[in-house]
Design a protein around this ligand. Structure first.
Ligand code: HEM
Length: 115
């Protein structure tokens, strides 16, 4: 059980890396574009995060305040990605929402590690 949970943690970290990495690429190139990779990695972070939040009996008492806060922030990120992608489909720029995504991902990582 511990090994399976450990593998899900690895997938969770890969999702985090892909989401932040793809955002950094967009930020450095000043494209300000929401990409498919950002959307898929956000979805993977959500699914693996929810799986980790389940009672596995491995962690003594899961910190549900922390998990809930991370879930709310991830849902905000999901909404921003959705708004940005739909703006792009209509030929508009997603610049406004794009710049909020990276800092929110970093805040979630900080909450995961520090709280
Ligand atoms: C962009 C969104 C997210 C980022 C950047 C992120 C980042 C991280 C990181 C870096 C860790 C490892 C922390 C450590 O081992 O010290 C972690 C663990 C964890 N995350 Fe997330 N996370 C995100 C979304 C979520 C969501 C939405 C949930 C649940 C609803 C969640 C639930 C968890 C849980 C339960 C763990 C603990 C794993 C363990 O026990 O080692 N995460 N997250």
């Amino acid at each position: 059980m511990e090994i399976i949970r450990g593998l899900i943690v690895v997938l969770h970290l890969i999702a985090f890396a892909a989401l932040l990495g793809s955002w950094i690429v967009g930020a450095l190139s000043r494209s300000g574009r929401i990409t498919r990779l950002m959307q898929w990695s956000m979805l993977l972070a959500l699914m693996t995060g929810l799986a980790l939040a389940a009672p596995w009996g491995v962690v003594a008492s899961p910190n549900y305040f922390k998990i809930g806060t991370k879930l709310v922030i991830l849902l905000i990120i999901a909404a921003l990605l959705g708004i940005g992608a739909s703006r792009q489909r209509r030929g508009k720029t997603a610049d406004g929402v794009f710049w909020l995504v990276g800092p929110l991902v970093v805040i979630n990582a900080a909450i995961a590690v520090l709280v």
